[in-house]
Design a protein around this ligand. Structure first.
Ligand code: CTP
Length: 412
């Protein structure tokens, strides 16, 4: 175990292993991350395979180890897919060579290509002989990477390969995992902030057994709730879909738009941030039959009426709270989203095209356009819902005056 299981659960971790004697220590990192619930995809360089076996990593990890740019099993474009869908890329050990390639932007194998293709945070744990570690070329490359927001876990002093003693030994697994966890939790930048999140699709009853619903799985809202909690927020999740393993979060189960309205409005005064990720039905049956409608009575005429617009009411009533809404669009995403942000008085609107491949309902990935009150829009690449949750929360930290837009850019 890494000692921080709540941080790792459900995270997609690309574990890069480059060719040095310390590669065997990455096996332990892989095992600990998997034990803590991370989804680990090992990527081994050709030289790493001289020190450790592909099979060892495949047996321990969540997916088989990847070693080549040109194996298309599972995805036709592994060099971009792994990086795009990672929540964090962790390279341990990182040799002088992978550090140099990354600093120079060279992508001649799967690991170096993944590094260029990712917008997830990158953590490097270098390991090499002292002379190499101290060489100006290595130190200058590391300085370049640090400037670009890459996190370096400095090596320790100790016994090195061949019996030499000095600085350059791979940091202890605890230090590497703590550093990566700190990156993922943004070092608790939402500590004490009260965040109210809604998730899932509401169900509007027709009779005691039937309802009008939608395809929302709740995954996006769950990801926001989990990430906010991991970053130190006090989170209440009002949801139609109760997730498993949701430690440390106050969960309020609801069914209909009206239930969700009552649960959220009742908690609005006592929160700092609201993220409305739920797919709330816009209409509900005007009359709900008391008993099951019989087929023999023929198809019923169902008259619909509007549900309360929860976000609209919050926008009208807000007193300093930061309001984040979602817009599920199928056309003119940016224009419709912008109009919705203004109409509902939101600080941030996350618009996504639910008709795009790998975005929207039921999948683990999403791609969004973030629209804020400055009129600016940011198009995210395809990200895991967990990674998108962090992008949204990075914006929230700026909106509540805790982060800076500059730091925010650097972290990604
Ligand atoms: N929402 C809400 N209450 C409703 C409907 C939606 O609070 N009754 C919230 C959703 O949680 C989401 C945002 O409003 O954050 C946008 O929902 P959407 O249905 O896309 O927007 P509408 O205002 O209903 O606009 P339209 O259906 O015309 O696109």
């Amino acid at each position: 175990m890494s000692g921080q299981p709540e941080v790792w659960r459900g995270r997609r971790v690309v574990l890069g292993v480059s060719g040095g004697i310390a590669a065997y220590k990455a096996i332990e990192l892989c095992r600990r991350l998997v034990d803590d619930g991370a989804h680990v995809i090992p990527v081994l360089t050709e030289d790493a395979l001289r020190f450790v076996g592909e099979l060892t990593f495949s047996a321990l990890a969540s997916e088989r180890a990847r070693t080549s740019l040109f194996t298309t099993e599972g995805t036709p474009i592994p060099h971009t897919h792994l990086g795009q869908t990672a929540d964090v890329v962790l390279i341990a050990p990182a040799t002088a060579r992978i550090i140099a390639k990354y600093a120079a932007g060279i992508s001649d194998d799967l690991l170096s290509a993944t590094l260029l293709a990712t917008r997830a945070p990158v953590v490097l744990a270098p390991a090499m002989h002292t002379e190499m570690w101290e060489h100006p070329a290595v130190q200058e490359n590391l300085a370049t990477l640090r400037r670009r927001g890459v996190h370096i876990v400095d090596p320790e002093s100790g016994r090195l390969a061949g019996g030499d003693v000095g600085e350059g030994r791979l940091a202890a697994p605890e230090r590497i995992l703590d550093a990566a966890a700190g990156v993922l939790t943004r070092n608790g930048d939402l500590a004490g902030v009260r965040v109210l999140v809604s998730a899932g699709g509401t169900r509007e009853a027709i009779d005691p057994v039937r309802f009008i619903g939608n395809r929302s799985s709740g995954k996006m809202g769950h990801a926001v709730a989990r990430q906010a909690a991991a970053r130190g927020a006090r989170v209440t999740l009002v949801t139609t879909a109760v997730p498993a393993d949701i430690d440390g979060i106050d969960v309020v189960p609801v069914v209909s738009a009206q239930d969700m309205h009552d649960a959220i409005l009742g908690r609005f005064d006592a929160c700092d941030v609201v993220v409305m990720a739920a797919a709330v039905a816009d209409f509900r049956p005007k009359a709900v039959a008391d008993s099951k409608i019989k087929k023999s009575e023929g198809p019923p005429d169902i008259i619909l009426e509007p549900t309360p617009d929860i976000l609209g009411e919050l926008g009208a009533a807000k007193q300093g709270q930061v309001l984040v809404g979602f817009a599920a669009e199928t056309e003119n995403v940016e224009a419709n989203g912008g109009e919705k942000r203004v109409r509902k008085n939101l600080d941030l609107l996350v618009a996504n095209d639910v008709s795009a491949p790998n975005a929207g309902f039921e999948v683990d990935t999403n791609q969004a356009i973030l629209l804020d009150s400055s009129g600016a829009s940011e198009h995210t690449p395809l990200l895991t819902k967990v990674a998108l949750a962090d992008v949204i929360l990075d914006r929230v930290t700026v909106l509540i005056g805790r982060g800076s837009a500059h730091q925010d850019q650097e972290q990604r």
